[in-house]
Design a protein around this ligand. Structure first.
Ligand code: IPE
Ligand code: IPE
Ligand code: MG
Length: 244
């Protein structure tokens, strides 16, 4: 079975999962964190090289302060509790997004945790925190313009490789498979540049209900996809040009 080298997930539906049970939204987020643990372990066990999780978007800052605070608290908790497990499994933690918008003590902790796993040889686990793809592009172009002025980079020198090297994801391959839970069929400002040729998989279950069986169904579906990247594909022609 062909496995995605890079799996990206939009973990959606925590609020609705809680609402269904007459629980506060944060209860859904708490349950969601447990699923993150399972999915991280299972992806590492299956040999997926890169796992990228959309944990908090640049637009999520507009949610009520109580929910934002609770999510920041959960992130803090996650880093605290999961780090030893990540270390044990040799998982390398990375983050993408605008960390400068996080509470400074949390941002500092995130940077420390990232540094402490930097030489781990296993799966690269990337958390998208305060991440928005448009924001990422703006930040990238801003840095590129500064460098262009300083290092005299000409407009003609700009190509896809150079631009991509300024994105938060510079060091990783594009996702092969994107999973979004909760039944919504949209990208919600996630990895717009990087998803150009990614296979998309939508499943209706809410993130807290996502489990190993659901992961396996998504991976099995991916292994049956035929990826062509805009090329002609390898179909056998039924008749050749010029033949009647
Ligand atoms: C995803 O679940 C988690 C975050 C965006 C942080 P939601 O909180 O979006 O849950 P729904 O989509 O409202 O059900
Ligand atoms: C996307 O989910 C962001 C994360 C999962 C972190 P949202 O719930 O924020 O997206 P919309 O509002 O459904 O587009
Ligand atoms: Mg949502």
């Amino acid at each position: 079975m062909s496995l995605p080298q890079h799996l990206a997930i939009i973990m959606d539906g925590n609020g609705r999962w809680a609402q269904q049970r007459q629980l506060p939204r944060i209860a859904g987020h708490q349950q969601g964190v447990k699923v993150v643990r399972t999915v991280v372990q299972e992806c590492a066990r299956r040999g997926i090289a890169y796992l990228t999780l959309y944990a908090f978007s640049s637009e999520n800052w507009q949610r009520p302060m109580t929910e934002v605070d609770a999510l920041m608290g959960l992130l803090d908790y996650y880093l605290d509790v999961e780090l030893p497990l990540l270390q044990q499994q040799g998982i390398r933690l990375q983050v993408i997004g605008d960390l400068d918008r996080l509470p400074s003590s949390l941002a500092q902790r995130v940077r420390q945790q990232v540094a402490s796993t930097a030489t781990n040889p296993g799966m690269v686990l990337t958390l998208a925190l305060s991440y928005g793809a448009r924001d990422e592009l703006v930040r990238a172009v801003r840095r590129l313009l500064t460098d262009a002025r300083r290092k005299d980079i000409s407009a003609e020198a700009l190509d896809e490789t150079l631009l991509a090297s300024y994105l938060d994801t510079a060091a990783m391959p594009d996702p092969d498979l994107l999973i979004r839970t909760s039944g919504e069929m949209r990208i919600s400002n996630f990895l717009l540049w990087q998803l150009a040729y990614t296979e998309l998989y939508f499943c209706s279950c809410y993130w807290p209900d996502f489990d190993v069986a659901a992961l396996d169904r998504a991976l099995a579906d991916f292994s049956r996809r035929s990826r062509r990247f805009g090329q002609a594909g390898d179909f056998e022609p039924t008749s050749r040009l010029g033949e009647s």
